[in-house]
Design a protein. Structure first.
Length: 347
């Protein structure tokens, strides 16, 4: 043995590439992209729903504030009438029954305020939670209900506004993904062609002598499954069935969208008419109470007429506030139905 050392070194690198002759890989990529788009539209739909919930709850807060103000003003009216009845009673012009009846009206009106205040606290807490705050957090609501104007929506809205709805957009994206999945499943029935390449460097020598060998290889292979138990064809049929299911879901989504818009338009027209009529009723109720009080002071009518006029006024004011809430809530519903609002055409 002469004591000399020997060694060998090998370094190799390989790569393979599948030719996408039948579009299977491209179809799979298209399906993934469409599924991602559908997920983004689902997120947009969730945001739209959350925005609508916040707006509706905020309108409820404003309405409750308005109803509490109305109840307090009506309490002032009832107490004012009570002072008139008390003065007439002291002068012997009113009976004890009339005095008792008006005191009952004052007490009932005072009692009506507390439940509204409880509802207001609860609704404020719900709004704070929707905004991601603690239920005890204060939520600014210094806008008056009557200062809000419901936007006018004409009946001739273009149908393509529905295409902005995120649920419809998500449904369309899922249909695109289903079509791409069918294409990928059909392409999987065909043979796949792969290219393989390899390169290497090797040396085997004594320490006193270096000898390096470089190698390069290129090969192609064709793979076709002969027997798979019908799995690939079953996959094609499964994807087609999935597409039919999504198509039916898409059709139902469109029908629901059309119904929601039609219902919102009908509700908008109905609520506008009812609010206009209610304003006239309120004006007449205010006039009736003024006349009833005047005639009672003059002794021309009894207290019963004043009591009826008070009840009519209190009811008319409260109903108007609730009709305003209905119109605002319907506007939010229209906003959701159209996928985020609308713009009226310029005249």
């Amino acid at each position: 043995v002469d004591g000399r050392e020997s060694g060998s070194t090998d370094l190799s690198l390989g790569a393979s590439y599948e030719l996408d002759l039948w579009g299977r890989i491209a179809a799979g990529a298209d399906a993934s992209r469409a599924s991602l788009v559908a997920t983004r539209h689902d997120y947009d739909a969730a945001r739209l729903s959350m925005s609508a919930s916040v707006a509706t709850t905020w309108f409820q807060v404003l309405t409750l504030q308005e109803r509490i103000d109305i109840a307090r003003r009506n309490l002032d009216i009832a107490e004012r009438v009570l002072r008139v009845v008390q003065a007439r009673y002291d002068n012997g012009a009113a009976s004890a029954l009339e005095l008792s009846q008006q005191r009952s009206t004052v007490l009932n009106q005072r009692k009506a305020i507390e439940p509204l205040e409880v509802q207001l606290r609860q609704t404020r807490s719900a709004l704070a939670i929707l905004l991601g705050r603690s239920p005890q957090a204060s939520v600014a609501a210094d806008v008056r209900l009557h200062s809000l104007h419901v936007p006018h929506v004409s009946a001739g809205l273009p149908s393509d506004l529905l295409l902005r709805r995120p649920d419809i957009a998500a449904s369309e994206a899922r249909l695109e993904a289903a079509a791409a999945n069918i294409a990928a499943a059909r392409a999987a029935l065909l043979p796949s062609i792969s290219l393989s390449a390899g390169a290497g460097i090797g040396s085997a020598a004594l320490l006193s002598l270096a000898d390096t060998t470089r190698t390069l290889s290129l090969s192609a292979s064709v793979v076709q499954k002969i027997f798979d138990g019908g799995r690939l064809r079953t996959e094609v049929e499964l994807q087609r069935s999935r597409q039919r299911e999504l198509l039916e879901t898409h059709r139902r989504t469109l029908l629901v969208a059309l119904k929601e818009v039609e219902d919102a338009l009908a509700d908008s027209a109905r609520d506008a008419n009812q609010e206009a009529v209610q304003r006239e009723i309120l004006a007449e109720a205010e006039r009736s109470l003024r006349l009833a009080e005047l005639r009672y002071r003059e002794g021309a009518d009894g207290l019963l007429t004043v009591l009826d006029a008070q009840r009519s006024l209190f009811s008319a004011q409260d109903q108007l506030a609730q009709l305003q809430l209905a119109r605002l809530s319907n506007a939010v519903g229209m906003y959701r139905a159209l996928g985020g609002g609308w713009r009226n055409a310029a005249p």
